[in-house]
Design a protein around this ligand. Structure first.
Ligand code: ACM
Ligand code: ZN
Length: 521
């Protein structure tokens, strides 16, 4: 057993004889290529290398898997080995967690001997944030990225456009920032809530986007933007109504729900708009990937069926129905994004065999699970099933243990030949309107998620995980992060709404035992 609590659990480890003592006088020596790993540790140690008191050495070696590292602590020193910068960084993350927990003597950390050899189960370990429904801003996003790095999560999926608001500065289409980024009320109506707050205008300046992408890069986190099209576009259409089938004016939405606003798939003007728009946005993000949404467009399909331009394209292309027209639309968007060096991701409910096999499928809804399982042989898949990884849903419905027990084999995705790239958890923000509410829905579930994404199934035990979680809860308390104290679904399920409201304490009745436990933190 390792003495230290590490989430996600390292895949292989053993203890070694002896100890090694680390202080702020300990040098961190690393190859130039591993500088992000070195900086991560020296920032924590507040290193004064001039007073050389031994060293932590990062060494590049050949032949290790992507993101893999080994970490050895022995009386001779501390040694991290990796073949790539990401592996070295995860070695630094594990070591920092250990140093935080190590016995302290006269301001120095005495670390027990150990050897860890570790690599992730999945190459894609994602966290999504929805900033259309509520905007959080640079500082909150950075804090999310910091906690992601601590848990070795490597992809930030950034949902930046939806019916309730569009959130990136555009110099080419300025109405996106005056009209599409503004709605009448801050708080959305629905699920028992009324409109709240006044007018709400928010978007990221292009420099802020660059700042966040650069910040994430230092933490080895890839930022994937999402512009959800052709549906979920009421905000874009409020600014540019000529992009819809009817051209009639619409407003940015202040309710939750699914709306029929949709870009006209039969209009060349739409494709010209999208080309210019993506030409402006793509260079802001250094990721190879771009998420183009595609979900929940069925209400809009009814408008397509009545539109002369859409009908003409269907006829020309020999398309049987609006679903096939969506395939045509997504393929044209994919061609545009390819020009700008991007590979597209789309939600599973729009994908069919006609889609280019380079388009990655993100599985969220299981109404046609057999089709999704089949898609996994044809294209790469990201798994974010709404019954496990939608963290805006109440703990009553998705308790901590349920997240931990996700098993891709049982979900029908463990077959040879299926191309599962990894997992992602979602934070839709209809009801998450503050950092505290976001944190409440995220924690402690993100800990379980990180272990499911990183640690091999045979190395995962819920009870063991739960014990290790205790130290991380103390960490959350110390760093002022809100989290749910009820993890086991002890909540009232009588309410009709399935989303919790995010306010800590409101959604559950605390037992005396629980209150006592909380006050002891
Ligand atoms: C989704 O939850 N509509 C992807
Ligand atoms: Zn149309």
């Amino acid at each position: 057993m390792l003495k230290y609590n590490i989430i996600p659990k390292p895949n292989h480890y053993r203890t070694l004889e002896g100890t090694y003592t680390v202080s702020s006088g300990t040098q961190v020596l690393c190859a130039e290529e591993f500088i992000t790993a070195g900086n991560y540790l020296t920032t924590y140690l507040k290193t004064r290398p001039a007073e050389n008191e031994g060293a932590i050495k990062f060494k590049k070696v050949g032949g290790m898997e992507p993101e893999a590292y080994s970490l050895k602590v022995s009386p001779e020193g501390i040694f991290v080995e990796a073949s790539d910068a990401r592996g070295a960084f995860y070695g630094a993350v594990t070591l920092k967690t250990i140093l935080m927990q190590a016995t302290k003597k006269e301001g120095k950390a005495v670390v027990n001997g150990l050897f860890i050899q570790d690599a992730p189960q999945y190459g894609y370990r994602g966290v999504q944030m929805d900033e259309s429904r509520h905007f959080f801003g640079v500082d909150i996003v950075k804090r999310v990225l910091d906690n992601m790095a601590m848990l070795k999560l490597n992809t930030f999926h950034w949902h930046l456009s939806d019916d309730q608001g569009y959130r990136i500065e555009s110099k080419v289409f300025p109405l996106l920032n005056t009209v599409a980024s503004t709605r009448k009320y801050a708080g959305l109506q629905g699920n028992g809530l009324k409109h709240r707050g006044g007018e709400y205008t928010h978007y990221y300046k292009q420099d802020e986007i660059r700042e966040i992408v650069a910040y994430a890069k230092k933490l080895h986190i890839n930022v994937i933007p999402e512009i959800d099209i052709p549906g979920h576009t009421m905000a874009i259409l409020a600014a540019y109504p000529e992009l819809s089938c009817s051209g009639e004016p619409v407003e940015v939405v202040c309710e939750n729900g699914i709306f029929d606003g949709i870009l006209c798939a039969g209009s060349e003007e739409v494709y010209t708009f999208l080309d210019k728009f993506f030409a402006e946005l793509c260079p802001l993000f250094d990721s190879r990937y771009f998420h183009i949404g595609g979900d929940e467009a069925v209400k809009g399909h009814r408008l397509w069926e009545k539109c002369p331009k859409c009908s003409a394209v269907m006829q020309q292309q020999g398309l049987k129905n609006a679903k096939e027209l969506q395939g045509y639309f997504m393929s044209r968007v994919n061609e545009i994004l390819k020009k700008y060096g991007k590979t597209c991701i789309a939600w599973n409910d729009c994908i069919n065999d006609s889609f280019d096999s380079s388009i990655i499928c993100q599985y969220w809804i299981s109404h046609n699970l057999a089709a999704v399982r089949k898609q996994a042989y044809q294209r790469d898949l990201i798994l974010s099933p709404d019954r496990y990884f939608y963290f805006d849903v109440k703990y009553a419905h998705i308790p901590l243990k349920k997240v931990y027990k996700f098993n891709e084999v049982k979900a029908g995705f463990g077959k040879p030949g299926q191309r599962i790239r990894g997992l992602e958890c979602e934070h839709w923000a209809e009801w998450l309107d503050t950092e505290s509410a976001l944190q409440f829905s995220m924690f402690p579930r993100l800990f379980a998620f990180s272990e499911v994404a990183w640690t091999q199934l045979e190395n995962r035990r819920y009870r063991d995980f739960y014990k290790r979680l205790d130290w991380y809860k103390t960490y959350l308390n110390k760093t002022g992060v809100n989290y749910s104290r009820v993890e086991k679904g002890m909540l009232s399920t009588k309410q009709a709404i399935i989303y919790h409201l995010g306010a800590d304490g409101k959604e559950y009745k605390k037992s005396e035992q629980l209150k006592a436990k909380e006050s002891s933190f």
